[in-house]
Design a protein around this ligand. Structure first.
Ligand SMILES: NC(=O)c1ccc[n+]([C@@H]2O[C@H](COP(=O)([O-])OP(=O)(O)OC[C@H]3O[C@@H](n4cnc5c(N)ncnc54)[C@H](O)[C@@H]3O)[C@@H](O)[C@H]2O)c1
Length: 408
């Protein structure tokens, strides 16, 4: 386990190794400027560093910034992320955000940031329609890429993004962060070990209510040219990722999409019936109009031997039912997934000292950094992003045509 060394802040100029495209070279690094915790911890140990360039400085920009700063505090990743430069369009807001979140430098043009030699990895935290152009430019410049979800706004874009990243031989990841909740990772382990038996049902709801509020603020999320879709790409993309991660590939969809606002050009709600490769059935419902549900991302899986339930708003708890339990004692037990046995949770605090939303990103970003440091492609990758996009497109087509569609 790495430990925090505040005395490292004292050193002015240190020699550190820079990881670029799987090779390393030497550079002189001045740590007199604002730095992340990671650098402070390891700069005098000759650790490899990965210099991050992040684009977009609001919600996800802040969440990812926190994750880069926090990950080295808890995880040994083989390299330390450096908060090298952040990009956004409004220079005043950008400078304030850069200073507040610990970035060394900022660029008002993301293209210039991608061209810089002192950036190893690009993190895309901008609205959906901009992912494509940025990811392609990043791949062409040989930068590793972490991209927010959904990967793109069309299948063709998603396909090209995967192709470009593979051709450039860079590490590529999509930020389906809920996979990285310890309870979800533990559920994956239980399912893989056969604890639930053959899976029959996957059920997911992802419900929000912000758009139903009378004072809902204008957002790019309801502008189709920027978002690509509404609740579908925003929320169901996450549920689909959990379904694929925990149960397997989806081969058939029947869907419905609706809007409650006049002249809306994106869906406010979407629902889908699905069939998985392995014979399981799936039911998905997402909405931005489900009053009282702030961020209610819930799943239930039923197998031949047992079931699990999970709810993001109580994300440390996994509800587990096992048929093999003694008669009279059967029922859902609540496992607080903060024990040594629970993936990722064991890097943090003693059992029962719970984790939060931000830790799903810290865990995922630790895998991004580890993947770059070791040259090993982590998941979810752009392949997962493309597969997700194929399903989003099939769902949209099914809703439009009223047909049940098979998915290759
Ligand atoms: N993983 C998750 O759970 C999760 C949660 C929320 C959002 N997201 C995704 O993250 C992405 C960003 O969403 P957000 O909520 O952070 O949005 P946001 O509106 O809070 O922030 C978007 C940022 O991008 C910047 N931006 C927009 N266009 C730009 C451009 N052309 N060049 C440079 N900067 C530009 C904006 O100035 C802003 O800083 C979206 O793809 C969204 O779907 C993922």
């Amino acid at each position: 386990m790495p430990c925090y060394r505040s005395d490292s802040f004292d050193s002015m100029v240190k020699r550190i190794r820079i990881v670029r495209g799987g090779t390393t070279d030497e550079t002189v690094y001045n740590n007199h400027t604002a730095m992340g915790i990671g650098e402070a911890m390891n700069i005098d140990k000759g650790h490899k560093v990965i210099r991050i360039g992040l684009i977009g400085y609001k919600f996800m920009g802040k969440v990812h910034s926190n994750a880069y700063r926090t990950a080295p505090y808890f995880f040994e990743m083989g390299a330390i992320p450096v908060l090298q430069a952040i990009s956004g369009r409004d220079s005043e807001g950008l400078s304030a955000a850069a200073a507040g979140m610990g970035w060394q430098d900022c660029e008002t043009d993301w293209r210039r940031m991608i061209e810089r030699d002192d950036i190893d990895a690009i993190d895309i935290c901008t609205p959906n329609a901009s992912h494509y152009e940025i990811a392609l430019a990043a791949a062409q410049a040989g930068k590793h890429i972490l991209c927010e979800k959904p990967l793109a706004v069309s299948l063709e874009q998603a396909h090209n993004m995967l192709h470009s990243a593979k051709a450039a031989n860079v590490i590529h990841m999509i930020c389906f962060n809920y996979r990285y909740a310890p309870a979800i990772q533990f559920a994956k382990r239980l399912i893989s070990q056969g604890a639930l038996g053959q899976i029959h049902h996957f059920r997911a709801v992802y419900l929000q209510d912000w758009l139903s509020q009378a004072n809902a603020r204008p957002s790019w999320r309801v502008d189709k040219t920027v978002s690509g879709s509404g609740a579908l790409g925003d929320l169901m993309a996450h549920s689909i990722d959990l379904a694929r991660f925990l149960v397997g590939e989806i081969r058939e969809v029947t869907a419905q999409m609706d809007s409650f606002r006049p002249q809306a050009d994106v869906d406010d709600t979407a629902s889908c019936l699905a069939r998985f490769d392995n014979g399981a059935t799936g039911v998905f419902e997402v909405s931005r109009f489900a009053k009282g549900n702030r961020n209610s991302n819930r799943i239930e899986i039923n197998g031949s031997k047992g079931s699990i339930r999970w709810d993001l708003e109580n994300m440390n708890n996994l509800h587990l039912y096992l048929d093999g339990d003694e008669a009279g004692c059967q029922g859902f037990r609540v496992i607080n997934c903060t024990e040594e046995a629970h993936p990722y949770a064991n890097a943090y605090w003693p059992a029962g000292h719970i984790l939060g939303y931000e830790h799903t990103f810290v865990n995922l970003i630790s895998e991004f950094v580890r993947g770059i440091a070791n040259g090993i492609q982590p998941s979810p990758s752009f392949e997962d992003g493309l597969r997700n996009q194929i399903l989003l497109q099939a769902i949209e087509a099914s809703a439009r045509t009223g047909q049940r569609l098979e998915v290759e």
